[in-house]
Design a protein around this ligand. Structure first.
Ligand code: CA
Length: 515
């Protein structure tokens, strides 16, 4: 009998035991990254300028962060922050002049140690060569829009084609040839839509109608510090040559500073000559009649300014269109290969950009257009379609998020936070303020003074320093376009004091060196 019971128990025990659950496959990570892409040029955020169905899809089928910001609104520093999870003052890359120290901790190195394949394809812009990647294929410096020279795992190669297409081609080649026994982390990074906005020849006829002027286009910079008026990033000052892409015979004299009074105006001839015969023929077929009109019209004042705006915006949006189309190619590949739903797909830019707001192009300021950045993510295992977050998140949160989703522990000294908890809940205790710091002054471009500041749900406090000591305070609920600083307004006295305290507290927490 005993033996019979034991046998039954053994049988029941075996039969009740669940088959060992196969381990969930670790997700792939795809960071789709652009350069200088304003939220206002992504239809999920703003649908008056362009339709971007493929970029929007990531947010619609996942999460849209409506309040994503950067810690330092300029190209190389933003990239260093995303690699290291540390602010510029700790990762050593404060402005575009600094060289990235590739010996320091980065999230791709940790993923590599945890048996991920890691790849970086496209724009890098950190001066030193990439470290921590199984495979890299990078543009040299800013790279060119056409026929780029790139460095693939140490070998310099020249390519023919449109760079946005090529970066996608090379990313698809990488995905096809990777070691598929491991999850991948691919940083797929476009040059576009960075200056000087050269569209693909096939897209030159898009956006033929004139675009609306933003409400603040004719901003006179009153009611703010001198920092707002003393910048050199007005559309009126864009180069007729490189920015407007006029050849020497098409204009009389260069009128623009281009953002750097000490810099000799760059002739568009070099880039025009670099096109292949076929590319140049298509390019000239579109631009020659427009350039001829420009030469004959002899535009001045606001007419010239608005002509520059239209030319700038149309080329910018055409470059964004090419990104969107290529992101569609990559998503379609992942879908066809059955990889899409097991990949955390992230789209973001290194920061926002001015599309004529305040009369500007470029970035750098802590004002909303350049401080903010698009950020959407798709990963159906953890994110329900149509999720929207209004929490204050930053580019510095990306490495913590990647490690968290990959199941890798997050080092305590990273200064961002994993966004994973926000995927599932809107009611979390989240941070109530974010810190910003811009350094590239007086060297570099666009004459934007050094500044730091704090943003909360409703307010923003900015301190411009170095050769100026000026504060601005904006009530973003009453003044979303940031046209009137209320720093001196006694009604905001207690709010100002609280923000100043918050700024000091964040600087202490984030180990910002004393000046
Ligand atoms: Ca940038």
């Amino acid at each position: 009998m005993f033996r019979y019971v034991m046998l039954c128990l053994l049988f029941l025990g075996i039969s009740c035991q669940q088959p060992k659950k196969a381990e969930e496959p670790r997700p792939n990570i795809l960071l789709i990254f652009t350069d200088d892409h304003a939220k206002n040029a992504m239809s999920l955020y703003h649908d008056e300028l362009i339709v971007t169905p493929n970029l929007d899809r990531i947010g619609l089928e996942g999460i849209t962060f409506n309040r994503a910001y950067v810690t330092n609104s300029i190209c190389a520093p933003s990239r260093a922050v995303i690699l290291t999870g540390k602010y510029s003052h700790l990762n050593g890359l404060r402005d575009n002049r600094d060289v990235f120290d590739g010996t320091q901790w980065t999230f791709p190195k940790v993923l590599l140690e945890n048996d991920y394949e890691t790849a970086l394809i496209g724009k890098w812009h950190l001066k030193s060569l990439p470290t921590g990647f199984t495979h890299y294929d990078i543009l040299i410096g800013q790279g060119d829009y056409y026929n780029p020279r790139m460095i693939r795992n140490g070998d310099t190669l020249d390519h023919v084609g449109y760079t946005t297409d090529l970066i996608t081609d090379f990313s698809l080649e990488y995905l096809q040839n990777r070691d598929d026994s491991k999850p991948f982390c691919l940083m797929y990074q476009h040059k576009a839509p960075h200056r000087n906005w050269m569209p693909n020849t096939k897209d030159l006829d898009l956006f033929s109608d004139d675009l609306p002027l933003p409400a603040t286009f004719y901003d006179d910079y009153s009611n703010r510090s001198a920092a707002a008026s003393e910048q050199d990033m007005r559309i009126s000052d864009m180069y007729l040559s490189t920015d407007m892409k006029l050849l020497p015979g098409s204009y009389r004299t260069e009128t623009g500073t281009g953002g750097n009074k000490n810099f000799q105006s760059r002739d568009f001839t070099r880039l025009h000559n670099k096109l292949t015969d076929e590319q140049r023929k298509a390019w000239d077929a579109h631009y020659d009649p427009i350039n001829q009109f420009f030469k004959e019209a002899n535009l001045k004042g606001d007419e010239l300014l608005e002509w520059k705006y239209q030319r700038y915006m149309k080329d910018y949006l055409r470059c964004v269109h090419a990104v969107d189309e290529n992101v569609g190619r990559l998503l379609a590949y992942l879908e066809t290969e059955g990889l899409l739903d097991n990949t955390l797909v992230v789209y973001s830019s290194d920061q926002g950009f001015y599309l004529g707001e305040h009369g500007w192009y470029d970035k750098r300021f802590m004002y909303e257009e350049s401080f903010s950045t698009p950020m959407v993510m798709r990963y159906p295992t953890l994110i329900k379609p149509g999720t929207v977050s209004n929490d204050l998140v930053m580019n510095i949160d990306l490495p913590s998020t990647f490690l968290d989703v990959a199941g890798v522990s997050i080092p305590a000294n990273l200064q961002g936070k994993s966004l994973k908890p926000l995927f599932a809940s809107n009611d979390l205790e989240w941070r109530d303020a974010i810190y910003y710091h811009y350094y590239e002054y007086p060297h570099g471009w666009h004459n934007v003074k050094k500044h730091e500041g704090v943003r909360t749900d409703r307010y923003k406090l900015i301190h411009f320093y170095d050769d100026i000591d000026a504060w601005e305070l904006f009530d973003l609920e009453k003044d979303p376009n940031e046209l009137k600083s209320v720093y001196e307004d006694p009604e905001y006295g207690s709010i100002k004091k609280n923000l100043e305290q918050k700024l000091e507290q964040l600087k202490k927490e984030l180990k910002v060196p004393k000046r």
